[in-house]
Design a protein around this ligand. Structure first.
Ligand code: ADP
Ligand code: MG
Length: 358
């Protein structure tokens, strides 16, 4: 049954056009023709020649990042609609540029695809990519298309720009800096748990209809994450350059450890300050998972985690989009989760030690 659902998507619904019918160039044309150019100043030549030609905005530096997504490893065709997958493939790359306090402008997309997929299926994938590109003003300027014998692979390269003095690295945090996050955590993990449960139930009884009532927010967090480019704009408006920054793709604990290590600092994270949304808590309760466990270890929330110097406290303290959840300390003090009772629980990449022992 798993296979059936999977196949439905790959087939692309009722009309199925075989990829061989189009050939490589026909396919590339069909997939890329409806993309428009948002950045004519920097995108001098996009798809259609041997290479794209890009103009670097004056006085800015270029940032480049890449992600590779493999069917069966990074996404599951049973519950990930192709349009959402396309959107997410672009969104997570834009998030990496946002995490440097920069703005993305171009992407390149490589796909390896088996003949199990139809033109219509790939058009769905690209429709999702286009939605995300249009939403964030990013140009698709090239890529590569090859055939695969096993499943779908999607590789996205993103190019962004920033003024060099505004780029936020992982290693810039200093003792006493405030630790901030751009939104609530644990939602994407709650969404994944729901989708996995529905998959198990579907495998047992294919006639069953999914019961996703009341959980649209967490499902969206999992299937259609948004890169927090609004935070890059907000920080610029507030005239704040974060001393360090990272996006939360692997869970808060792991990202805090990255910032602390790269910055040669320790960190105190206040448990009561970790933002978890009410719907997320409700979903997690069904799986008997504590909200802080999902926030610390869940991942894929794509919020921005950053540090701000004390001197900028007044500028951020009343902003609803920025939550202060802790502060950096001397390296020798270590990196801890601090519960209400004031005890210190060492943070580990898996979450925190107490969680592992349970
Ligand atoms: P080459 O043979 O020189 O590698 P291709 O035929 O692979 O060129 O690509 C032709 C054009 O289409 C190039 O501009 C390339 O960047 C673009 N392109 C190829 N595949 C994709 C894709 N999957 N998505 C977007 N652009 C693509
Ligand atoms: Mg090529």
């Amino acid at each position: 049954m798993d296979k059936n659902l999977n196949e439905n998507q790959a087939q692309g619904g009722e009309n199925r056009t075989e990829l061989e019918e189009l050939g490589e160039f026909g396919l590339i044309d069909r997939l890329t023709e409806s993309f428009s150019v948002h950045n004519p100043q920097s995108t001098l030549k996009g798809v259609g020649d041997d290479a794209a030609v890009l103009q670097m905005p004056q006085g800015q530096v270029q940032l480049v990042s890449k992600d590779l997504l493999m069917e069966g490893v990074h996404f599951d065709m049973t519950y990930c609609p192709l349009k959402h997958l396309g959107y997410k493939a672009i969104a997570v790359n834009l998030s990496d540029i946002a995490a440097m306090n920069a703005k993305p402008a171009q992407v390149l997309v490589g796909i390896a695809v088996s003949n199990r997929y139809s033109l219509e299926a790939l058009e769905e994938l690209y429709a999702g990519m286009r939605l995300c590109c249009d939403r964030y003003g990013v140009d698709l300027v090239g890529g590569d298309t090859v055939s695969s014998r096993a499943g779908l692979a999607i590789s996205v390269t993103v190019i962004g720009y920033a003024e060099p003095q505004k780029v936020a690295y992982r290693g810039g945090a200093k003792e006493n800096d405030l630790l901030c996050v751009s939104g609530n955590l644990g939602g994407a993990y709650a969404g994944l748990l729901l989708l996995e449960r529905e998959k198990r139930e579907f495998l047992a009884n294919p006639k069953m209809q999914p019961d996703f009532q009341d959980f649209s927010y967490v499902l969206e967090r999992q299937l259609k994450p948004e890169p927090r480019l609004d935070i890059v704009d907000l920080l610029a408006e507030l005239n704040v350059v974060p001393t360090s920054m990272i996006d939360v793709s692997d869970g808060l604990a792991s990202e805090i450890l990255h910032l602390s290590k790269a910055s040669d600092c320790g960190c105190m994270l206040y448990q009561s300050k970790i933002p978890v949304d009410a719907e997320t808590c409700k979903a997690l309760e069904m799986f008997k998972i504590l909200p802080e466990t999902a926030a610390l270890s869940g991942g894929e929330d794509y919020e921005l985690l950053f540090t701000v110097a004390q001197k900028d406290y007044e500028k951020i303290k009343d902003n609803a989009k920025i939550k202060i959840i802790g502060h950096m300390v001397e390296k020798a003090q270590g990196t801890f989760l601090v519960p209400e009772n004031g005890s210190l629980i060492p943070l580990t990449a898996q979450g925190w030690q107490a969680f592992n022992k349970r």
